[in-house]
Ligand binder design. Structure first.
Ligand SMILES: NC(=O)c1ccc[n+]([C@@H]2O[C@H](COP(=O)([O-])OP(=O)(O)OC[C@H]3O[C@@H](n4cnc5c(N)ncnc54)[C@H](OP(=O)(O)O)[C@@H]3O)[C@@H](O)[C@H]2O)c1
Length: 247
């Protein structure tokens, strides 16, 4: 059981909080005493999670969010800022991974990965950075992947989006003297990531590998919790968390 930290409580926005790593991160950060604001499209899931967090003494609320829509992302950030007075942290976590070979030309799924994984992270930054810059403080955590460090067949486009998220994080970090930037790169992690879309054979192979190797989503949530808990002048720039048995 994770013991709560004594660090100051923060207002933390989490995208893709309806399952997997986002859900585990919400639980972990709420247990640390932070106020978590949960966003995703499956609002029923978010409502149930927020209820559960509040029932165990934490602070949470939620709002429907589609990260591919800049207006939705801005409304998500603005409503949190209006209600809670500031935004300390954004966890840009929403992501999709429909796997297929490039020559299968599943162009709609390529665009979906670009829209959610990369454009969604950019929308998140656009929505919160002005608030953070005006206060001279904040923290953006981008969830990339070990696929931001290596490329595998059937994952070319997914890897391209994650390499891009890594590059974006590094560029933002270099430009920033007040807002902290962390990129967290998980390896195989238990979640719903392989449940939707993609070439059935490629998805089945990814699911089988995940079933064999995956670590719990709470392991990634703990890494995010660690980065948040450091003092303001300490910026944990990158964390890679993968199963010990993953090659
Ligand atoms: N699991 C792994 O092995 C692994 C490894 C490396 C990196 N990652 C990364 O970890 C992040 C979280 O994925 P996960 O593994 O936890 O998978 P997951 O359980 O499928 O969670 C993905 C989350 O993204 C949300 N999402 C998808 N499209 C969205 C949209 N348009 N707007 C808002 N939210 C959206 C989903 O919510 P709704 O469907 O309700 O909108 C869901 O909450 C992703 O960026 C993924 O690439 C995962």
């Amino acid at each position: 059981m994770h013991s709560p930290s004594t660090a100051p409580s923060k207002i933390v926005l989490i995208t893709g909080a309806s399952s997997g790593i986002g859900e585990a991160t919400a639980r972990r950060l709420a247990a640390d005493g932070h106020h978590v604001v949960l966003g995703a499209r499956r609002v029923d899931r978010l409502a149930a999670l927020a209820d559960e967090i509040r029932a165990s003494g934490g602070r949470a609320d939620h709002r429907e969010l589609d990260v591919t829509d800049l207006g939705s992302m801005r409304a998500f950030a603005e409503s949190a800022h209006d209600r809670l007075g500031r935004i300390d942290v954004l966890v840009n976590n929403a992501g999709v991974m429909p796997l297929s070979r490039v020559d299968a030309l599943r162009v709609e799924e390529w665009n979906q990965m670009i829209d959610v994984n990369l454009r969604g992270a950019l929308h998140g930054i656009a929505a919160v950075l002005p608030y953070m810059r005006s206060r001279g403080a904040g923290h953006i955590v981008n969830v990339a992947s070990t696929s931001a460090h290596r490329v595998d067949p059937t994952a070319a486009v997914y890897c391209a989006t994650k390499y891009a998220v890594w590059a974006l994080s590094e560029g933002l970090r270099q430009e920033s003297r007040d807002v902290r930037v962390t990129v967290v790169s998980p390896g195989f992690t238990r979640s719903e990531l392989t449940d939707r879309g993609g070439d059935p054979e490629a998805q089945a192979a990814a699911r089988a590998a995940a079933e064999q190797l995956a670590i719990p989503a709470s392991a990634v949530a703990d890494a995010i919790g660690y980065a948040l808990a450091q003092p303001d002048d300490v910026d944990v720039n990158e964390i890679v968390v993968r199963p010990t048995v993953q090659g």
